[in-house]
Write a protein that binds this ligand. Structure first.
Ligand code: AFP
Length: 329
């Protein structure tokens, strides 16, 4: 595609077509992109379309109002069912995984996703996101098994997120760099806007954490933050919406943390569909991620909704966090 100026525009489908010979299953990203366009439209109209608020409420037409995260979950399900590439799915919205229904053809991949992360931000018009993780099946069951999801993050074939912010962006990796596409609403296409994304080096010195939890943290974590405040020349940014906080960290550099605490022994974020996919993106962008004690991508999950503490960003800052935790706890 070319702009009127003659400048060549790369749309997502073209980029994925080029990758298809090298990474099988990568076309699933275009199905997620289709769902993202529908979700993006609904997120942008949320204040007008009575879609904010709780399930169980009726709108002025007497119709059931769906919360946006439930709506997003269903849109992604429908888009992925049609792909013919996956056997089963798991989502933040559902306790157990489920198989693609019999009336659709099934394939050899499994997708875990958080349809709308940061849902407490929806009603106050703050950026939210979708996160996804794709693995190849390891079971021989046609409809998939739990063990297909319980694979280490380093086995992901692709991962990414969609950020519904001042513009809608899809950022993905299929193990060959990290690429960002911005939705051009005038043509309804995701257009390549950020090729080969990497954490800036040196990074902007920014840390991102919910500091209200300070008193619940272990000593090492408290000392790390004291160090960044006192001597490190750091500034602080925290949106409370993981995709938005990570996206800023990727573009500007820094360290995002959701540590363990007295009330949250494993932190808050979920391994399968939050930490693992973001960890793959971070590694592909030249950074790294850790639980504070080891690489997130190495963890073999023990359950679908397992939580882990998370440190992600520029490698030297993640290393620094690990040093503080190792020496002081
Ligand atoms: P909500 O979905 O409840 O808004 O939680 C968002 C989130 O899972 C993630 O997007 C944020 O990084 C993190 O929680 C914020 O948690 P705190 O509110 O405890 O800081």
């Amino acid at each position: 595609m070319k702009r009127a100026s003659g400048q060549t525009v790369v749309i997502l489908e073209e980029a994925l077509d080029l990758l298809a010979d090298q990474v099988s299953g990568v076309s699933l990203i275009s199905d997620i992109a289709l769902a993202a366009k529908v979700i993006s439209r609904e997120v942008n109209r949320a204040g007008l379309s009575e879609i904010l608020g709780e399930i169980g409420r009726e709108n002025s037409h007497g119709e059931q109002v769906q919360k946006l995260d439930v709506f997003a979950d269903e849109v992604i399900q429908r888009a992925l069912y049609r792909s013919g590439l996956i056997a089963c799915m798991a989502s933040e919205e559902n306790e157990t995984f489920w198989s693609v229904p019999d009336d659709f053809s099934r394939g050899e991949y499994v997708v875990a996703y958080d349809p709308l992360d940061g849902s407490s931000n929806i009603d106050v018009n703050v950026s939210i996101g979708t996160i996804f993780s794709i693995h190849s099946m390891i079971s021989s069951s046609e409809s998939g098994e739990l063990k297909d999801f319980l694979q280490a993050g380093k086995k992901q074939i692709a991962a990414g997120y969609v950020l519904y912010g001042s513009s809608t962006m899809l950022v993905y990796t299929a193990g060959k760099g990290v690429h960002g596409f911005t939705l051009d609403p005038s043509v309804g296409e995701f257009v390549l806007s950020h090729q080969d994304m990497s954490f800036p080096d040196p990074p902007r010195h920014v840390y991102s954490i919910n500091e209200a939890n300070y008193n619940t943290w272990k000593t090492g974590q408290q000392l790390l933050i004291d160090h960044l405040k006192d001597g490190g020349g750091f500034s602080s940014r925290y949106i409370g919406s993981f995709v938005a906080d990570f996206h800023r960290t990727l573009l500007q550099g820094g360290l995002f943390m959701y540590p363990e605490g007295k009330d949250a022994p494993n932190g808050k974020l979920r391994l399968l569909y939050e930490c693992s996919p973001i960890a793959m993106l971070a590694e592909q962008a030249g950074g790294r991620s850790s639980t504070g004690y080891g690489d997130v991508l190495e963890i073999v999950p023990d359950s679908l909704h397992q939580r882990v503490p998370l440190y992600v960003g520029n490698s030297e800052l993640v290393d620094l966090a690990e040093d503080f935790l190792r020496d002081r706890d």
